[in-house]
Every structure is written in C-alpha cells, then in structure tokens.
Design a protein around this ligand. Structure first.
Ligand code: CUA
Length: 310
C-alpha cells in the first residue's frame, strides 16, 4: 500500500492534485445526486400530488446546470494539463536509460553493454527512459513516480522523471501482454548519486560492447534490440554476415533479390518498409530518414563492411 501514497518523483504532486480534485467532485456529485433523487421520490410522489402538473422551461435552472459543470470540467482540464505537459518535456540534462520490454520481463540498458534487471536511478537527477518493445504492446508503470507509458514495437516512446525519494518502488506492466503479464514485474531503486556511480561501474557487461563508431550509433538508436549480431532471429533479420549477403525482399510490386551493399543498407534504415526481407513483418520498424545523419549512416555502413566476416 505504501507506494500508493509515496510521491516518489517530481511529477507525482501534480498527478495527485488532478486525481484528488476529480475524486472530490465525483464524491460530492454522487452524494448530491443521491440525496436529490430521494427527495424527489418523496416530495413528488403520487400520494402528495394527486393531480399531475405540466411544466416546461426553467431558464435559470438550465443556465446553472450548463455553466457550473462547464466550469468544473474546465478546472479538471486545467489540473490535468499542468500535470501532463511537463511529462512530455524532457529536460536536456536527463540521463538516458533504454527500457526493453519483452514477454515477460524488463531489461534496463545503461549503454556500453551494461544491462540490469533492476531500474537503479540516482536520487534527485533527471532520468529519461526510452521505451522499446521487442514483441507486443507493454506498458511501463511506476506508481510511486506517477508515470505510465505504453511500450510499443516500432514506436519510440519515452518518459522522464526526477526521483525525489530514496527507496525501492514497484514497476508493473500495465498492458495485457499474454500469459505471464501479471508476473512482468521489476523494481525501481533510488540511491544516492555516489552509490549510483559505484553500482553502474560494478554492473557486469552482458550486452554488446561498442567497439566501433557504427555500433555506438546503432546502440543509441536501439537497433540491436530487434537485430542481433550473433545470428539469432528476433524481430528483424540478424546483422551477422550482413554485408554482401544476397537476400530476397518483398516490395509493393513483388519479390526481388538484392545484395546488401552500401545503398541497400542506407535504404533499409531510411525507408525500411519499402523492401522487407522475406519472412519478416512490414511496419515494425520506423523510417529513420532525417533521424540519423549521413555521417552516422556511413559509420553504420563501415561497421558492416569491416565486420562482414563476423
Ligand atoms: Cu508486458 Cu503486460
């Protein structure tokens, strides 16, 4: 129960104000309407009114029941908006962590191959979570921080917060994602800045080490969540032995054979859905045109060229 009332992040206060306001209005109206109904039942019963009367307008009453609810919903909107708007404006200095949702577990990727099963974050520092799903829709929910966002394959969603309370808090998946959805749990641990630095330094490297500038670009764009380097098939084709590989792709006008050369690699990043490798689904990867610079694209191409034999 405790986490329900903890205001663990800078965003929690505004969410609670919106909730309490809406709850209070609902409470007052529930009581008010019930009392009024009981009064009307008794006061206008047949026993007391033998001869029914016909009446139509009451301008004053109609103005009141239009204007008062209008003001109430506008105040609700105001509280909702001042709580919501800052959630979508990520501070520039926020520390990025990639959250990978998969049936039925969460991975927290701190970069440089460091992946944790717990979301450890430094106290009083802005944190941005980049949300990635490798399979179906999930939703990352940290009640104590009052943050919840959908985690959807092919759509780079995000959220941010500043933890303002030290401790351990629950993380849930709040989108039904299959058999073990209810077991898709994790913990958010808020620690002192110094403890965080030490924890991160001690965290074992289990992911891919970026030993090439192209790999750094690909990690920053979470390419390796859906494409492996070791030949394993996940959402997209593996990158193992990509350069020079002959592949059948499906286009609007049918199938064709292509060779994975410089042009093909850049085309596949900028406009991935025009030519989809046979056996994979269209529409799962977003187009990266204008999202990755030409310089960075060259780094990626260079990575595949120099690692072609891997
Ligand atoms: Cu993942 Cu529910």
């Amino acid at each position: 129960m405790e986490t329900l009332f903890n205001q663990g992040s800078n965003l929690a206060g505004a969410v609670d104000r919106a909730f309490i306001f809406i709850f209070a209005i609902s409470f007052i109206f529930t009581i008010g309407i019930t009392v009024l109904m009981i009064y009307i039942l008794i006061h206008f019963s047949r026993k007391k009114n033998k001869n029914p009367q016909q009446f139509s307008h009451n301008t004053r009453l109609e103005v009141i029941w239009t204007v008062v609810p209008l003001i109430i919903v506008l105040v609700m909107f105001y509280y909702g908006w001042v709580g919501f708007a800052p959630m979508r404006q990520v501070p520039k200095d926020a520390m990025p962590i990639t959250v990978i949702g998969k049936m039925w577990t969460w991975d927290f990727d701190y970069g440089n191959g460091k992946i944790s099963k717990e979301l450890v974050v430094p106290y009083n520092r802005n944190v941005k979570l980049n949300l990635v799903s490798v399979d179906v829709n999930h939703s990352l929910f940290i009640p104590a921080f009052r943050v919840k966002e959908d985690v959807i394959p092919g759509y780079n969603n995000y959220l941010w917060f500043k933890p303002i309370m030290k401790g351990t808090f629950d993380i849930y998946c709040s989108e039904y994602c299959g058999l073990a959805h209810s077991a898709m749990l994790a913990k958010a641990v808020v620690v002192d800045s110094l403890d965080f630095d030490k924890w991160l330094a001690d965290l074992q490297v289990t992911g891919n080490l970026p030993d090439h500038p192209g790999l750094v670009v690909m990690q920053a764009n979470t390419c390796l969540t859906c494409h492996t380097l070791d030949g394993t098939k996940v959402i997209g084709p593996t990158f193992k032995g990509l350069y020079g590989r002959k592949t059948t792709v499906v286009t609007e006008s049918g199938e064709k054979e292509v060779e994975a050369n410089d042009d093909y690699i850049i085309r596949s990043i900028e406009d991935p859905n025009s030519e989809v490798v046979k056996g994979y689904n269209r529409g799962l990867m977003q187009p990266y045109k204008d999202k990755i610079s030409q310089e960075d694209l060259q780094k990626i191409v260079d990575y595949f060229k120099t690692n072609a034999a891997k």
